[in-house]
Design a protein around this ligand. Sequence first.
Ligand SMILES: [Zn+2]
Length: 471
Amino acid sequence: MKSTNTTQWFPPSQLAFYFDQGAWSRGTTLYLQDQVLSSQLSPDGDGWRLQGQVQGNDAQPYSVNAELRVSAGGNLSEWRSGCTCPVGRYCKHGAALGILASMQGLALQKEWGPEGPTPEVLERRSQMEKERALSHAEYQVRDWLNRLENANGPAAFTLPGSTHDQFVYSLSVVQTAYKPVFHLAVKRAAQKRSGEWGKAKKLSSEPSAHDPIWQTSCPLDRDIFDLLKACPAASSFSSYGFQGEVKLHGMPGQLLLQLCSQTGRLVSDEGIPLRWQDAPETLVGTWREIKSEDHQPDGWQLSMQPQRPGVVFGLNQPPFFMDTAQGLCGPLDTQGLSANELQVLTNSPVLPESVAFKFQNQLLERLGPVPLPPVIQKMPEIRGVKPRAVLDIAPVHPAERVVQGLFVGELTFDYDGQRGFWSGTQNRVLIGQGSQARLLLRDLPSERKAWDALAALGLETFDANRLVLPP
Ligand SMILES: [Zn+2]
């Protein structure tokens, strides 16, 4: 298979800068799926004009117009794109056409005459398109066969038999000072006949264009090398130039993991083949009982764990999981919690019972989707009670009556004799203190109805739950 190494015009990662994450990732997919139907490059002053047709969601392909500048050193210094799709500027179709130009632009540029492309260039270009389509079909088939072989659980997969080194992408979870984080490393290894990988060697520099490893690589590997540059280096020693190991971060990090999975050469650091799974793995909070030691009180400690054993997670941005038992990796469902919140939650202190009670309101407010400590969970509940809206009224000072009207009313809700007012839409609240404490499940629709009825009478909110009837 041919490497695209020699024809690359500028690194596609430099183009990513001009697009938002969604447009860039969907544009990459359009490019990889060969949805760029045509492309034309012509000189325009100091720069270039790029035009092309890209197949989108409509039956008719969209027309993209772009202007770009590329330095003699092969760096993209300027990019502007517009399109006939509803998004228009800097859309995914522009991104797809730009990636094609970055991969093939130099070859087109070299042979461009003043009258446009010669028949030979057109012929070569169509040949190139055919080769690209063919190689793309090859990955799809290979990926499909891999998935078919692994459909009934993990099994050793086989690539066309070869003892040459291939690129292998190794995913590992690294314990940093405060949290676990996934790193991805490029290695080289030869595959045995059994499908297992031989000892993998780390790459300290990018293999030269003459290295035989490129013969066993595919254009996806090239894209992966480009995306590696968009991720933070794993160690400060490689912050410039080639990065053989990176921290997975942001959209490039996620795309990187997906592309590595598509090569069929993504493995755990123990060499277990991994495949990307779109369905997220859920992280749940559980409280463990901690028995006292050396005068420490008994208590409860929170641990955040995936639901299935053997699954490990990394609090990257976004967070991921790895399941070496089933040979999977993918996104982690954090139930809306940010990586920083998870980091704090996974480092909970031991909560003695009395302390948990003392902070019960703060725990209710801040734990969000995480279950409460069992001592609070066991608290008697008030649920299924229809609240009675109570409006206590007091006269308004004569001097204020011109503005506020005759009275000011204070709205509270009576749940079976327990009266109170709670701002916001949190549906679990604590009422009472100590042994009298109860967990109230509010009936928000009923509360809302009372508010609406008062508003319909012309009452206006004056301050939290205080209402007035202006003259
Ligand atoms: Zn578009």
